[in-house]
Design a protein around this ligand. Structure first.
Ligand SMILES: O=C(O)CCC(=O)C(=O)O
Length: 246
């Protein structure tokens, strides 16, 4: 019978392999933590403003989705890439595309966008969003906005068009560059404001986040994604909506 002699101290090879094991254990723990965080939510409230914020996708998932969106989304060009402001047609300061159920289209700022057929990647994001909201809402349309950097923006507006189901929330999912997002009450804007007590509500929309704007938010509050010159990287935002079928 042969007996194995027990080594008193680990070899340098064993030490190296145990360090590698430790490295992956820490990495695994970090990923697990990121997954736990994905279910945490925060509420954003003010008078007639009712929003929820979720960490929906972890950084790894969000990065993969961003890359797929970059490869597959086909953005509008020509007349469908313009909007009307005070009667003048101008290029939108970002890129835009619309996807959704057959026959749907969305009219805003003087333009009508027909929905292209759902992309598999966007259909998967939609399912994840709907599941986060306990499948209470099944969205039939999404507007995709791509901001090449912080010079691209979206001006103050309300999503209050008659094409939208008034009782449904709008679910906004963001990938890529974190950007500021600002709400301003309709009576607290401009020279003729009547409400001085309502201050702006600001938040940041992180990579992989979901912001849900519940009614009556869009009836009372404008929202915008302001220019942020220091934001260097691209960002893609998807707003899932429920359109009224006419
Ligand atoms: O990119 C964003 O977060 C803003 C999107 C938005 O306001 C909209 O689609 O109505």
């Amino acid at each position: 019978m042969t007996t194995m002699k027990r080594k008193s101290s680990p070899s340098s090879k064993e030490l190296k392999s145990s360090k590698i094991d430790q490295f992956f254990a820490v990495k695994q723990k970090k990923i697990a933590t990121a997954n736990t965080k994905s279910s945490l939510t925060r509420k954003l409230t003010a008078e007639n403003l009712n929003c929820e914020y979720y960490h929906l996708f972890n950084a790894l998932e969000a990065g993969q989705i961003f890359d797929t969106l970059e490869k597959t989304v086909v953005y509008n060009t020509g007349a469908t890439a313009k909007i009307q402001i005070y009667g003048k047609w101008v290029d939108i300061p970002r890129k835009q595309a619309a996807y959704g159920d057959p026959g749907l289209h969305y009219t805003f700022s003087g333009n009508t966008l027909p929905a292209k057929a759902w992309l598999p990647c966007i259909a998967d994001i939609k399912k994840k969003v709907e599941a986060a909201l306990d499948d209470k809402w099944i969205f039939n349309f999404v507007l995709v906005n791509r901001y090449k950097d912080g010079t691209d923006y979206m001006g103050e507006h309300r999503d209050d068009e008659s094409d939208l189901e008034r009782t449904a929330p709008i679910a906004s999912v963001s990938f890529g560059q974190e950007r500021d997002f600002v709400f301003r009450h309709k009576d607290a804007r401009g020279k003729n404001k009547t409400r001085h007590d309502l201050t702006v509500v600001k938040t940041t929309l992180a990579n992989g986040s979901l912001l849900v704007m519940y009614p009556p938010t869009n009836e009372f509050w404008y929202h915008s994604l302001p220019v942020r010159k220091r934001a260097a990287a691209p960002r893609i935002n998807l707003t899932f909506r429920l359109m009224v079928k006419k």
